[in-house]
Design a binder for this molecule. Structure first.
Ligand code: ATP
Length: 276
């Protein structure tokens, strides 16, 4: 079967409100099949809201799509219930790795398979794949999920979503609060999941990590897409470098140094979420 023109996720002109709060305005983006696309943005930009609009979970948070359409795989999913969106192949991993802390690791994974329409054999195969990706989840199968480390809980949250055998994974800040090494491991896993044919829509404040993983990226500011393009081009753009990669404006800095008769300076490079 040819996969060349397989339709991916198409979000077209979506606006979202939480009562009077307008959280998204006319957001348009695409996640081609089998790609990784990142959405960058600061606190409150609307990143989580965008994922909720796709996964149809806005209603659980008092929000609603007020205009626009969401299609996946050539099919309108904008009108479906959240469980039907999962059945259509779209699974969200929420921010803050919300695992069921009192349940065992194994039961958390079982819960992830509840939304899938796969056979018993499909579910067993999904569990094998999750254990291959995250061997620690096999080792700790009978342990309560709340006892896992932050990074392991993030693995469990991703593993639970994979149990529904999604075609598109919606990842909400998977690196948040993780030490750089663990964030890098999660990034490797995202790459591997994608290599197995799963598309990924990744929202991140850690722009450096997101731009390394994604082929395309969008910048979301106060509910609107303000920039988009190839990830390597965005990573090279002054605005993204200054605002999201934390690169100090070298021209302004040297102008300031010249104005104050200051000594030669070394440009400072720092990254959100990394060591400072
Ligand atoms: P963060 O990185 O801080 O999680 P975000 O980019 O994910 O931010 P959202 O959580 O989508 O941003 O929030 C977008 C806007 O919608 C913010 O102004 C926020 O206060 C508002 N908002 C989010 N959830 C709700 C809610 N359940 N009820 C009312 N307003 C909300």
């Amino acid at each position: 079967m040819s996969k060349a023109n397989e339709p991916g996720l198409v979000v077209d002109g979506v606006s979202v409100g939480y009562g009077p709060v307008r959280a998204l305005r006319g957001v348009t983006l695409e996640v081609p099949a089998r790609s990784v696309v990142a959405v960058l943005g600061g606190n409150g930009a609307g990143k989580t809201t965008l994922l909720r609009a796709v996964s149809r979970t806005l209603g659980f948070h008092g929000g609603a799509v007020t205009s626009g359409t969401v299609d996946f795989g050539g099919r309108r999913i904008g009108g479906l219930s959240a469980d039907r969106v999962v059945a259509a192949g779209v699974c969200q991993v929420p921010e803050g790795r919300r695992v069921f802390a009192r349940m065992t690791v194994a039961d958390n994974l079982r819960a992830g398979a509840l939304g899938s329409h796969g056979s018993r054999a499909d579910k067993a195969a999904a569990l094998r794949r999750v254990h291959e990706l995250f061997p620690v989840l096999a080792d700790r199968a009978q342990q309560r999920a709340g006892l896992l480390s932050g990074g392991e809980q993030q693995m469990l949250a991703v593993g639970r979503a994979l149990m529904a055998a999604p075609k598109l994974l919606l990842l909400d800040e998977p690196s948040l609060g993780l030490a750089p090494l663990m964030a890098a491991r999660i990034a490797d896993t995202i790459r591997e999941i994608n290599a197995q044919g799963v598309s990924v829509l990744l929202v991140e404040q850690n722009a450096a990590l997101a731009l390394r993983l994604a082929s395309h990226a969008y910048v979301l500011e106060v509910g609107e897409i303000t920039l988009h393009g190839r990830a390597d081009e965005l990573a090279g753009s002054d605005e993204v470098r200054r605002r999201y990669l934390g690169v100090v404006d070298e021209t302004a800095a040297s102008d300031a140094a010249a104005a104050t008769g200051g000594a030669a300076h070394t440009p400072t490079l720092s990254r959100w979420g990394g060591a400072r």
